[in-house]
Design a binder for this molecule. Structure first.
Ligand SMILES: Nc1ncnc2c1ncn2[C@@H]1O[C@H](COP(=O)(O)OP(=O)(O)OP(=O)(O)O)[C@@H](O)[C@H]1O
Ligand SMILES: [Mg+2]
Length: 269
């Protein structure tokens, strides 16, 4: 696990944007309990762009839901944007999401009976923000949709709908942006435009980005790549391998790897 060395001006170590410690998630199903997350420990520093890859069913969306405060972990600790989410009530979690995170899903999730402007403004208004409509209009302009504010989702293309969803995700200046396959329902060219916008919005606010994707090319644009399998993180590009021993210097202990590795530095035969 990487050591988080970022420090604040006072010299104190900076808290990660996301700190997940030994998180398990088990959900009930008709066939009995399903173990979905099996002990995830992860720290994501502020401002980092992280891509989460893995086969279908490996638990990517579930991990995003837990980190975004949409799903409570069965056990373990989740601290996001300096807030401990463990044990929070539904209301407290909703308030946390409204204040600290922006979330974009593959399926847009816009309210069909509301205009683009209302879709972005209403959550803000419900949170008691007085200039909700002004801010929503500005967010839609940033997303390149200033000319579509009065359109209903059904009158917008898929790419435009996802831009509305992005405007809604950033209108309150969240510290962390979560995106779950945000281009999964879009054609290649439209998806590329939406991703450009997502990365631009991230850069503009220096938000932390947690991006679930199946696309290696998108993962390469992120600072760090995590890979999941069977509810576990099985690879983390931040885990830098130890440098090889200098030329002519024999290591005291052979570095073990492959099928003969005993896992503790010994090499078995
Ligand atoms: N509400 C639920 N009840 C029971 N099992 C669930 C529930 N939601 C998800 N699962 C199971 O949890 C596992 C992980 O699901 P998840 O949606 O997190 O996978 P994913 O990696 O996001 O997959 P995909 O790439 O297809 O989106 C799957 O086996 C899924 O069937
Ligand atoms: Mg998923």
């Amino acid at each position: 696990m990487p050591i988080i060395a970022n420090r604040t001006a006072s010299g104190k170590p900076e808290q990660p944007a996301i700190q997940i410690t030994d998180v398990h998630l088990t959900l009930a199903s008709t066939a009995g309990p399903v173990n979905i997350l099996n002990g995830i420990t992860l720290a994501i520093p502020k401002g980092e762009a992280v891509a989460l890859l893995g086969p279908s069913g490996s638990g990517k969306s579930s991990l995003l839901m837990v980190a975004a405060g949409l799903e409570a972990a069965t056990s373990g600790r989740v601290a996001v944007a300096g807030r401990e989410l463990t044990g929070l009530s539904e209301d407290a979690l909703a308030r946390f999401r409204r204040e600290h995170v922006g979330i974009v899903f593959q399926a847009f999730h816009l309210v069909p009976s509301m205009t683009a402007l209302e879709n972005v403004a209403v959550p803000l208004e419900l949170a008691g923000v007085t200039d909700a409509f002004t801010r929503a209009r500005r967010a839609l302009e940033t997303a390149g949709l200033g000319h579509r504010v009065s359109h209903y989702p059904g009158q917008l293309s898929g790419g435009e709908q996802q831009r509305v969803a992005l405007a809604r995700a950033i209108v309150h200046d969240p510290e962390i942006l979560f995106a779950d396959e945000p281009t999964g329902n879009l054609d290649g060219a439209t998806g590329a435009q939406v991703m450009e916008l997502l990365f631009a919005l991230k850069a503009r606010s220096n938000a932390t980005l947690f991006l679930v994707t199946h696309e290696e090319a998108l993962a390469h644009r992120c600072d760090r790549t995590l890979r999941m399998k069977d509810g576990l993180i099985v690879a983390d590009s931040a885990d830098v391998p130890a440098p090889p021993a200098a030329e002519g210097v024999r290591p005291l202990v052979a570095r073990a790897s492959g099928p003969h590795a005993a896992g503790d530095g010994r090499v078995t035969r």
